[in-house]
Write a protein that binds this ligand. Structure first.
Ligand SMILES: Nc1nc2c(ncn2[C@@H]2O[C@H](COP(=O)(O)OP(=O)(O)O)[C@@H](O)[C@H]2O)c(=O)[nH]1
Ligand SMILES: Nc1ncnc2c1ncn2[C@@H]1O[C@H](COP(=O)(O)OP(=O)(O)O)[C@@H](O)[C@H]1O
Length: 206
């Protein structure tokens, strides 16, 4: 066991590649992950830290580690994170490093659900951390459908939705940077496609 922030050779011994999952707001990332986990509970999805407020029903330590900006910045200064980003120009988000090292070392299929900036940062740090990654982009069937899903989810006010849609346009334009694109028209099928990526990368369940 090493302290957070130190280089962990667990990254070297892990066989599978880290799955970095990105997609615009309300494309259905959380819904697809929940479907995948219901069918394949052996998959581990990293729990990020965030300074945004919890949505109704969200549980600390399950959906996110919710913390204030002071705590987030202090952890950031101690290299506690694999990557961090300010998303939608509003809240800080970050991936705790050590649990990722531990799960990869144990060869447990590991998914990070992070934004475009975070995905780029993980790619930049890949060689420093001896980390192999496969990047997956979850796309909505269309931009109009994404707007419908965002409104239908009903968890943001109009100003927050506007910011999310601005970010969404930037993220959708970056799709070609990713190794695999999964279009989330049917949740069940999209989750199966994601599982196929895991089977290919980790050789599990085949
Ligand atoms: N860079 C980074 N992005 C994250 C992290 N956790 C979540 N995100 C991203 O932050 C964005 C906002 O997430 P969230 O507040 O749950 O809103 P939603 O995507 O609209 O449901 C999404 O693009 C997430 O993928 C993280 O640890 N690091
Ligand atoms: N394939 C789909 N078809 C229709 N609605 C969907 C689909 N996938 C997700 N949704 C809905 O879209 C909204 C946004 O999904 P969510 O998983 O919160 O997105 P994200 O995590 O990407 O922000 C939710 O209300 C969800 O129920």
């Amino acid at each position: 066991m090493v302290e957070n922030g130190e280089k962990d050779d667990g990254m070297k011994s892990g066989k599978g590649r880290l799955i970095v999952l990105t997609g615009p707001t309300a494309a259905g990332k959380g819904t697809v992950e929940a479907n995948l986990l219901s069918k394949h509970p052996e998959v581990w999805v990293s729990v990020s830290a965030t300074t945004r407020d919890p949505r109704p029903g969200e549980i600390d330590g399950k959906n996110y580690w919710f913390m204030d900006e002071q705590e987030f910045r202090s952890k950031e200064a101690r290299n506690w994170f694999l990557e961090t980003a300010v998303v939608h120009g509003m809240a800080h988000y970050g991936t705790p490093l050590q649990p990722v090292c531990d799960h990869l070392k144990a060869n447990i299929p590991t998914i990070l659900e992070i934004d475009l900036q975070g995905a780029r940062r993980v790619k930049q740090r890949a060689s420093e951390l001896n980390l192999e990654i496969v990047s997956v982009f979850i796309a909505p069937p269309s931009y109009d459908e994404l707007v419908k899903r965002l409104i239908g989810r009903g968890t943001e006010n109009e100003e927050q939705r506007k910011k999310r849609l601005e970010t969404a346009k930037v993220e959708m334009a970056a799709e070609s940077e990713f190794d695999v694109t999964i279009i989330n028209d049917s949740v069940d099928r999209a989750a199966d496609e994601l599982w196929n990526v895991i089977v290919q990368e980790y050789g599990v369940g085949a």
